[in-house]
Design a protein around this ligand. Structure first.
Ligand code: PXP
Length: 253
């Protein structure tokens, strides 16, 4: 199975909000994250990812409903575990929901979800999402205890947090890669399906060829940053080629 590319279009909304957050009815509003999603799909994205944050700093509620209507691939909604966001998710019914930790002051998602500490709150959320036909993923660090807890919670997928790997330099780099390799091996043997994301870019993504069982990468910042210079279609297509080089399980990893 080829490695899928989920393109995170949050930063198209970041750019829009930078100018129009205080003037949401303006006829001049741009760019439209839904238009970005459609361009990304046309360039080969296998799915669109968007994070509806509690502070609505980029993606707005309306964007999520419009994305669900407009896109032809699948919508992966990244969401914190709060009642108001859950209510929106149950209305929108994205194909996937990826539960992430959320802290208002973070610039982006920093650590993985703590499935042990928040188990009691996660159980009913996961159940409701699944009852609405939504595939649940838990965004976690490659920690054995977290992986076992995610499996115990009955999530279909985990998304391995690749941020520590992406930021690691020197001796820390092979160490962080090995944590991802070991985490993926444990998750695979625990019956979990595995995505990965955060901090991935055109330089580090091929290092993940060593990590087994990956099905999908969710990548935002690097693609949008490159798109400023090459255009979004070329930026998506270039990342798709890198994903295409991931060793296929059927070729005997
Ligand atoms: N996956 C998850 C769960 C995230 O929270 C983010 C950041 O919104 C990403 C992937 C994409 O990270 P980046 O923008 O660094 O590619």
């Amino acid at each position: 199975m080829p490695l899928r590319l989920g393109v995170n279009i949050d930063h198209a909304a970041t750019l829009r909000q930078a100018r129009y957050a205080r003037d949401p009815e303006s006829a001049l509003i741009e760019p439209d994250p839904v238009a970005a999603a459609l361009v990304a799909e046309k360039a080969g994205a296998d799915g669109i990812t968007a994070h509806l944050r509690e502070d609505r700093r980029h993606i707005q509620d309306r964007d999520i409903f419009r994305l669900k209507e407009a896109i032809g691939t699948k919508l992966n909604l990244e969401m914190g575990n709060s009642a108001d966001i859950l209510a929106i998710a149950l209305k929108v019914r994205p194909h996937d929901a990826c539960l992430v930790p959320e802290n208002r002051h973070e610039v982006t998602t920093e650590g993985g979800l703590d499935c042990l500490a928040h188990r009691a709150a996660l159980v009913p959320t996961i159940r409701q999402l699944q009852e609405h036909g939504i595939v649940v993923s838990l965004f976690i660090d490659p920690e054995p205890d977290q992986i076992r807890a995610a499996a115990d919670l009955g999530a279909e997928y985990i998304e391995l947090h690749t941020g520590a790997f992406a930021n690691a330099v020197g001796d820390a780099r092979p160490h962080e890669l090995q944590r991802l390799i070991d985490g993926a091996a444990l998750a695979g043997s625990s019956g979990l399906r595995i995505n990965a994301g955060h901090g991935l870019n055109y330089d580090n993504v091929r290092e993940l060829d060593a990590v087994p069982h990956l099905e999908e990468l969710n990548i935002g910042h690097a693609i949008m940053a490159r798109a400023l210079f090459t255009g979004l279609p070329a930026a998506v297509a270039a990342m798709k080629i890198l994903c295409g080089a991931y060793p296929d399980g059927s070729r005997g990893r």
